[in-house]
Write a protein that binds this ligand. Structure first.
Ligand SMILES: [Ca+2]
Ligand SMILES: [Ca+2]
Length: 323
């Protein structure tokens, strides 16, 4: 799940950047993740994390970035995670994953974080970013009613709109950029199929018919994000942004009644075994070599592992697909 966790924090940070050339923006994102596995069933992952970021709005903005602060990771080394003419260059500094918020706070407490950035396309320098006290919403994100179970059956009616419900959350009075965000990703290499950003108090969402493709496995994420934005507080027009997110992940697929049948001929036999093993050897559905839609991932989690094989073997022994 680590890829999903960092993707969640990355998306939270991407929405926070400034957009004029030469500007340098700074952001923090603290998050906790949950997983929903049924109607009314939500469990914490117990993995609190923090990402700190610096974005220079030109390609190859910096040659190196570090953060000095009053905490155990200082000086915190950063890594370049994206670089383009359109979006400039972004560097991330990561906390460890923590079992509790208290443990995360001990490693990356509120206070002053001095970003030091070495010159490349932009001049080098240093800048103080104030990490505010954590302001997570009280509510746990959850798909309400029978939304989760209906989502599992949506594959039978992908041409129609899908409307679901959730509780929404109470925003922090001092926050000015909070949002409730939905994203539905393919677990492999299909990318984002649907996303929406709504006010925190929203209690319903609608996926328009035709947004979700048949034959894929998906994970959805709903973010309850309390977010503070200070335009102009960065360098040369850049911004400061801090966000605190509770994120719930949920899985569903749009595969047919016999997903182990890799070639779709109504039987699960040696030809399917050969195709399954190709996926198994690659491991990641996101691998460029992986078959489109990653049919060997029978657990719908983006990996082809032994648990997928266990499911495949059952169907292989049956040979005939169910009607
Ligand atoms: Ca087959
Ligand atoms: Ca799998």
């Amino acid at each position: 799940m680590r890829h999903s966790i960092w993707m969640a924090t990355a998306l939270a940070l991407l929405s926070a950047g400034a957009v004029w050339a030469g500007a340098i923006s700074f952001a923090s994102s603290k998050a906790e993740n949950y997983r929903q596995t049924g109607d009314g069933i939500v469990t914490p992952y117990n993995d609190w994390s923090c990402v700190l970021s610096i974005t220079g709005d030109v390609a190859d903005a910096f040659s190196n970035c570090t953060i000095n602060y009053a905490g155990p990771l200082s000086p915190l080394g950063m890594v370049a995670v994206s670089n383009s003419i359109e979006h400039g260059q972004t560097w991330y500094g990561y906390s460890d994953l923590h079992q509790t918020l208290a443990s995360l706070e001990a490693q990356v407490p509120p206070g002053e974080y001095e970003f030091v950035y070495d010159a490349n396309a932009l001049p080098g320098g240093s800048h103080i970013f104030e990490l505010p006290p954590s302001a997570f919403c009280a509510e746990m994100p959850e798909l309400l009613g029978d939304t989760f179970s209906r989502l599992q059956l949506y594959k039978n009616d992908l041409g129609s709109d899908f409307t679901g419900t959730m509780g929404g959350f109470t925003d922090d009075p001092g926050a000015n950029a909070s949002a409730l965000t939905f994203i539905v990703y393919d677990v492999g290499k299909g990318g984002v199929f649907w996303s929406a950003t709504m006010p925190p108090t929203s209690t319903a969402f609608t996926i328009p018919g035709g947004s979700i493709e048949a034959g894929r496995a998906y994970f959805g994420v709903m973010y309850y994000t309390v977010s503070f934005s200070s335009p102009g507080a960065g360098v040369d027009g850049g911004s400061h942004a801090s966000s605190f997110s509770r994120n719930v992940f949920f899985y569903f697929n749009t595969r047919g009644p016999c997903p182990a049948d890799q070639n779709g001929d109504g039987f699960v036999d040696d030809a399917d075994f050969v195709l399954f093993v190709q996926g198994y050897n690659l491991l990641y559905c996101a691998d460029p070599e992986a078959v489109e839609k990653c049919p060997a991932d029978l657990t719908n989690d983006g990996y082809v592992l032994d648990d997928d094989f266990s499911i495949f073997v059952v169907a292989y022994n049956e040979l005939l697909c169910p009607e």
